[in-house]
Design a protein around this ligand. Structure first.
Ligand SMILES: O=C(O)CCC(=O)C(=O)O
Ligand SMILES: [Fe+2]
Length: 342
């Protein structure tokens, strides 16, 4: 497996820019659905053009992101969470360039405001309104894609339950620029653990994705409003030949797990990393969907047949996470299989 970045290459670009594309049953919906499935089967991810987030809103989100990272360390460290990597993470040994803040339950009314009140003694209504609006609008894309996936596998009857049991984390990340020529790892290779992740990167690129043959491609946004939509482990499954060579990383121990398991391994989570070049800081936004407390992840009967024997017993996301942080979970080549594999 090569650790060199290959040439920049374009992922499938799917157009969700018309309001019709997010309306169940519209001709745009029906035309996008097989394209979503094909892209996810081939790459585990695709680029989505999504004009529902206008450029001025994106600009405002990045201004708010820069503003929050400029706060003193002691303020940022008040972004705490009982879940690992859902709060502030700063310049840790494995990835010294990286720093991030998490807003758990970001689509639930007062959460953003509560964070803003913790960070700024007088509050910050602009920050709260901007972040809430971004997360709310972008969660529509997450729901649309997950509904399309479910429909394409004939799992319509599970959709409402799935969608209504979703929680969202917004992670704002900053990567310091380099003081030296060349390149450095900004974020180690990993697959996310949740249902699905939607990433946006500002002008400074750096996101790289691993293809099925093990090579790395650089993600280059086609338009300023383009997002990467990626399957994570709880919905899909890590693609074993690629991941077996990876060292566990700090992010592989976070609590974003979910689409790999549910589809009984039919789709694979995409391994990705960030590489930094040049001295400019890089900012990115990640919206992570995952199941709410108490939701059982259970492979639907339709996903099991002779060719696809059952791979996972039913499990609670949070119990799996607890296992993941044990010594056995950390040592397992695939913690999910060790925890609930059949
Ligand atoms: O910064 C990026 O583009 C990637 C972030 C990421 O992969 C993560 O937070 O899980
Ligand atoms: Fe990630």
């Amino acid at each position: 497996m090569s650790s060199q970045s290959g040439p920049s290459s374009k992922l499938p670009l799917l157009d969700f820019s018309t309001p019709e594309s997010t309306k169940t049953g519209s001709s745009e919906w029906e035309s996008l659905k097989p394209q979503v499935r094909k892209a996810l089967e081939e790459y585990g991810c695709f680029e989505a053009c999504f004009d529902n987030i206008p450029s001025d809103l994106l600009g405002a989100v990045y201004r708010s992101t820069e503003e929050i990272f400029e706060l003193p360390l002691a303020s940022k460290q008040q972004n705490v969470s009982e879940k690992p990597y859902h709060g502030y993470v700063g310049h840790i040994a494995q990835v010294p360039l990286y720093e991030s803040l998490g807003i758990d339950g970001v689509t639930v009314g007062e959460r953003v405001e509560a964070l803003a009140n913790t960070m700024w003694p007088q509050g910050n209504p602009t920050f709260s309104k901007t972040i809430e609006s971004y997360a709310e609008k972008l969660s529509e894309l997450d729901k649309t894609v997950r509904k399309m996936i479910a429909e394409s596998f004939g799992l319509e009857k599970y959709i409402d339950d799935h969608i209504n049991s979703t929680s969202y984390l917004l992670r704002l990340s900053k990567y310091n620029g380099l003081n030296t020529p060349g390149s450095e790892l900004g974020l180690a290779p990993h697959t996310d653990k949740n249902w699905m992740t939607i990433l946006h990167q500002d002008q400074v690129e750096g996101l790289e994705l691993q293809t099925k043959d093990g090579s790395w491609i650089k993600f280059q946004s086609s338009t300023p409003n383009s997002f990467i939509v990626m399957i994570s482990e709880s919905l899909g499954v890590s693609i074993p030949p690629l991941l077996s060579n990876l060292q566990p990383t700090f992010l592989s121990t976070n609590s974003y797990v979910v689409l790999q398991a549910w589809l009984n391994g039919r789709l694979g989570a995409t391994c990705h990393r960030v590489m930094m070049y040049g001295n400019e800081a890089r900012y990115s936004l990640g919206l992570f969907s995952f199941p709410k407390h108490g939701f059982v992840i259970e492979v639907p009967d339709q996903m099991v047949d002779e060719e696809h024997p059952l791979q996972f017993k039913p499990f609670y996301y949070e119990e799996f996470l607890s296992f993941f942080y044990t010594k056995t979970g950390q040592a397992a080549p695939c913690a999910l299989r060790a925890f609930c594999g059949v």
